[in-house]
Design a protein around this ligand. Sequence first.
Ligand code: F6P
Length: 337
Amino acid sequence: MSPISLTQFLIEEKRAGHVDPDLRLLIEVVARACKRISIAIGKGALGGVLGEAGTGNVQGEAQKKLDVLSNEILLEANAWGGHLAACASEEMEEPQPIPDAYPKGNFLLLFDPLDGSSNIDVNVSVGTIFSVLRCPDGVAVPTAEHFLQPGTAQVAAGYCVYGPSTLLVLTVGHGTHVFTLDREVGSFVLTRRDVRIPEETSEFAVNASNQRHWEAPMQRYVADLLAGKDGPRGRDFNMRWVASMVADVHRIITRGGIFTYPLDAKCKAKGGRLRLMYEANPMALIVEQAGGAASTGRERLLEVRPTALHQRVPVFLGSKQEVDTAVRYHREADTGT
Ligand code: F6P
């Protein structure tokens, strides 16, 4: 069978009534921007793109040159197509309106242009994460409040992982699908349709250096994982942590596992470490559409009602049974059962 390109896949999804024409265009534009980001990352030191930009983002984090470049590539690519009402980026305090020179559409795009960017300079996988919402009816100039919709309202979500190969993982609410960039042809090709995450796992991903700051249920949960076959879980678990959410989540999409960035004393005042709108929600939709689960530990992630564009949340996502187990530890701690 001849390979199915992203374009063909989206046309078929449109025929099936799963995407409307503007959403199709939006996804193609984001994918094209990701190809440009992939090329820039691939050049590395030869392209002069490594190192610090010398600026800080809205989160107070030092920006890499590639953070700034990736943000510009995504903004520029999405400005003129007529499919968007506005964009919001993890790198910018306020949403970016569509320039007056161009027509406006009905979708809102949110993105983390370069997730895991602290890994760029050591040549470890990084990625782009995106989420698409509908612009509320009658809103001509969307502001931050119009983006504050729960994850269940997302009409599409995806991520690109720039690793040994460049992959696009996409959902439009009808399963999760993986496309691999054919670098010679310059086209994303469908390589896994309808991914299913194994329900059970023996692998977990967490930054264990935060252990002393964790809450009691997380302490107990990880202690039981580490106790392995001699502990209450009755089997050994393996641990992996890339520190690029895209790479860690992609491993889980591929072979199962649980990814967690829990609440800890260091990030408690902010609500968590990872961003709800740019990281947690799109990943939660992708994972749920692949048969997995995603939670804050106490609530389904996709049902969190956002109160701020750059809000942070605790995250537990991946194989369903393991996420349910982590949630149970929290419930038992909270209810004293
Ligand atoms: O939010 C950015 C991010 O780099 C994620 O991609 C990753 O999962 C996490 O932060 C890494 O956190 P830490 O620096 O605590 O390992």
